[in-house]
Design a protein around this ligand. Sequence first.
Ligand SMILES: Cc1cc2nc3c(=O)[nH]c(=O)nc-3n(C[C@H](O)[C@H](O)[C@H](O)COP(=O)(O)O)c2cc1C
Length: 239
Amino acid sequence: MRNVLRIDASPRQSRSLSRALGDTFIEALARQGKARIVRRDLASTELRFIDEEWIAAAFTPEAERTAGQHSALALSDTLIDELASAEVLVIATPMYNYGMPAALKAWVDQVVRIGKTFTFDLVRGDFPLEPVLTGKTLVLLTSRGEFGFEPGGIRQGQDHLVPQFATIAKYLGAGRLEHVGIEYQEFGGQRHEVSVRSAHEHARALAARLARGQSEGLVPTRHLHPSKNGAANTASRPL
Ligand SMILES: Cc1cc2nc3c(=O)[nH]c(=O)nc-3n(C[C@H](O)[C@H](O)[C@H](O)COP(=O)(O)O)c2cc1C
């Protein structure tokens, strides 16, 4: 049994390209007959931004927390439990202002928590943070209005969505990142159609590969297929 946590970040429902890509990936994975899927839709989750009470609660040892502090961390506890149970974390998200939407950042801030998903110890020198969760695969499914974010592309260096997840994936317990992205949404036309079609094909292939990888224990080396003329933007990398 492969436990999968699917996070949807788009506020759009039926018209969302990232949700549709998520559907394709999850349906393909389910066809392999091995997936137990838990879904967390951020559009219908009352997410709270980190505030002073939350920080104080997180830094207070669990046994010493007040009832108010426990309740400040209740949503974080629930979201972390969902994450901890998953072997595959699927995040379907738009690019907003060249990064992740605020709702998704709020989710990240709720789950990356001291003493729960990472520990901090200065005896480790210049890298005092260490993840608690390990062994997961992060499947990042994106939709972007623009294009050309890949190395050599016309917007190289302007993508703060995929690179941010590459940096923080380890604190989500992921040692491997798989990315499939749709581009050109704001331009429409043939380039966009090709991008959508190609992304869905890559998502199906990725689901089949991950299902196989479970029994074979595969960790593929880095493959990069930059977008050219609307082909899907995909990357696979161990972190
Ligand atoms: C508030 C907002 C900000 C956006 N910012 C960007 C951006 O910085 N770069 C980009 O390529 N597309 C941007 N887009 C376009 C979305 O990424 C695109 O419409 C995507 O398909 C939305 O995902 P969805 O279809 O799953 O809702 C933005 C869209 C909105 C509504």
